[in-house]
Design a protein around this ligand. Structure first.
Ligand code: ATP
Ligand code: ZN
Length: 311
């Protein structure tokens, strides 16, 4: 994947926003596109936002669970992610051979040659969506009325970009419903509205728009049209680059139907295949949207927003 060509006005705007964030010390650059350190101020905004989202979701009485940024490849296999988004996936490789191979690796490295050919893919992959490791734990029957889970964690997507809104490693906070089909649809619609209100209350000019995911290849194009036709995914976008871009998604509300629940053998109390829907917030993207809208100097943000975020 190529970095943004600084040729167009949109690319220039993205590069400028990135430079401003680096100059202000909010993000700390690295040799890889879309990999940054975060300053204490950045983390304070993100933590405040997380508290606001958790308060918003209090009526759900969601079961909170946390997973590491890697999960078993056997579970990844069941998600079908490698079919839909092979270009975004990441498998952890490590060295599993002996002394002789290690010497060969070191010799290659010494000569400035590639040494990763001596590594073997391990049995863990990087988590692409933090709800995936959750589904893997829910095999079997759900309680009557379904269940709601609160999941927060790091996701990896191999999509290097100079746009600071598109990272390779970022956190998402998801509120996931699993239960019957009608419950899943109602949950998505109700909580989409709550999410819009909550984000607007922080001064973010969000718009709800039907989304199409970048499914890979020719088969993927059919999945995109089904997603749009059936209105399965709604994104909440904020205009980060004014008129130059239609807006960047800071959150999404998805009806997953039985896509993952069937794969993981998750059933309702009645024994039917469960349906799932989830509300996912991009924590870095929402933090960056707040910085874009209110300015990079948090001290001059509207008092009400600062107090809501505990800043
Ligand atoms: P996009 O269409 O912009 O690539 P997505 O549709 O792939 O995003 P989701 O799978 O819905 O994103 O992920 C949930 C949320 O995670 C998004 O709404 C967004 O806020 C955030 N997110 C997704 N990809 C990235 C990324 N590369 N960098 C930062 N945040 C991201
Ligand atoms: Zn999800």
């Amino acid at each position: 994947m190529t970095l943004i060509d600084p040729g167009t006005a949109l690319d220039a705007a993205r590069l400028e926003f990135r430079e401003d964030l680096l100059d202000a010390g909010l993000l700390i650059g690295s040799a890889s596109a879309g990999i940054y350190g975060r300053s204490a101020t950045f983390e304070a905004i993100l933590a405040g936002l997380d508290r606001v989202l958790t308060e918003m979701a209090a009526p759900l009485a969601a079961i909170a669970v946390r997973f590491p940024p890697v999960y078993p490849r056997a579970d990844f296999e069941r998600t079908d992610y490698i079919a839909s988004f092979p270009d975004l996936a990441g498998v952890v490789s490590s060295f599993e051979a002996g002394d002789r191979e290690h010497r060969e690796l070191l010799a290659a490295r010494e000569e400035g040659r590639a040494w990763d050919g001596w590594l073997t893919p391990s049995d863990v992959v990087l988590t692409n969506a933090i709800c995936h490791p959750l589904y893997a734990t829910l095999e079997g029957r759900l309680p009557a009325g379904g269940a709601v889970y609160d999941v927060l964690g790091w996701g990896f997507r191999h999509e290097p970009s100079a746009d600071p809104m598109r990272l390779q490693s970022f956190r998402m906070h998801e509120f996931v419903y699993v239960g019957d089909p009608q419950g899943a649809q109602e949950y998505r619609d109700t909580w989409l509205d709550r999410a819009v209100e909550t984000l607007q209350s922080l001064g973010l000019p969000v718009t709800a728009v039907p989304a199409n995911d970048p499914f890979f290849g020719r088969a993927g194009r059919m999945l995109v049209s089904a997603q749009l036709r059936e209105n399965l995914k709604i994104e909440l976008t904020v205009p980060i680059y004014g008129d130059l871009h239609e807006g960047t998604a800071i959150a999404s509300a998805n009806c997953q139907r039985d896509h993952l629940t069937a794969a993981f053998g998750i059933r309702t109390a009645d024994g039917e295949t469960a349906h799932a829907s989830c509300l996912a917030f991009g924590m870095e993207r929402t933090t960056l949207a707040l910085l874009r809208v209110h300015g990079l100097d948090v001290g001059s943000w509207p008092a009400e927003v600062r107090s809501r975020l505990g800043l």
